[in-house]
Write a protein that binds this ligand. Sequence first.
Ligand SMILES: [Zn+2]
Length: 234
Amino acid sequence: MNRIVRLFFHSMAVGFLAGCLPSPMQSSVGPVPTVQSVVPQPAFRPTPPVAVQNPWKPDAAPRNWRHIVLHHTASSAGSVESIHEAHIARGWDGIGYHFLIGNGNGMGDGEIQSTYRWREQVHGAHAKSPNNEYNEHGIGICLIGNFEETTPSDAQMASVKRLVGVLKYEYQLTDAQVVAHRDVKATACPGKNFPIGEISRSSVFPVLAGQFGTYFTEQPTAFQIVTVERSNLR
Ligand SMILES: [Zn+2]
């Protein structure tokens, strides 16, 4: 039985890498299939280049990031597309954040999407301050939800802590450089129930985070980031 379970997870991984859904576990009666009859033995393939494995990795040279700023949408639902539309309507040049984390309404619960601002390493439009320090040098992460009224879901907490942990490691940021929007502007964002302290202390094991992006693909079914490209927005 252990062997079948292992095969199942192996086929999930192969299916993910091939860009298709995994096959359901076989339930037919009969002899336990051998490795050869269930999964064709692939020829040895070297690991593809990181750029292919990590489509969310920035295309541009890294910006001089000095902060991570956390936000909420103050709404019960949202997606990259809906927030992009709302920010365009305000006269901005598109969605102001670099990352969004869904709550199951408009995006998957705990799903992370990066935006073109991240891909292109351009400044944010999410945390205005007198010298614009936090828009110029702050990575904007927004969680869907209103945390004046509720708390982030368990899946959102797991995702935001992993994302913040990787970004801190990658840009050598301290706990103090991870801030809530309210820390830099007179606003309630991201809500009184948002656990900024717990999130700012997030860290990941350095070996896992050592190569930007590969950390995510080691557990593709558990943690995946999709980039919504500028061309897919109106
Ligand atoms: Zn905010």
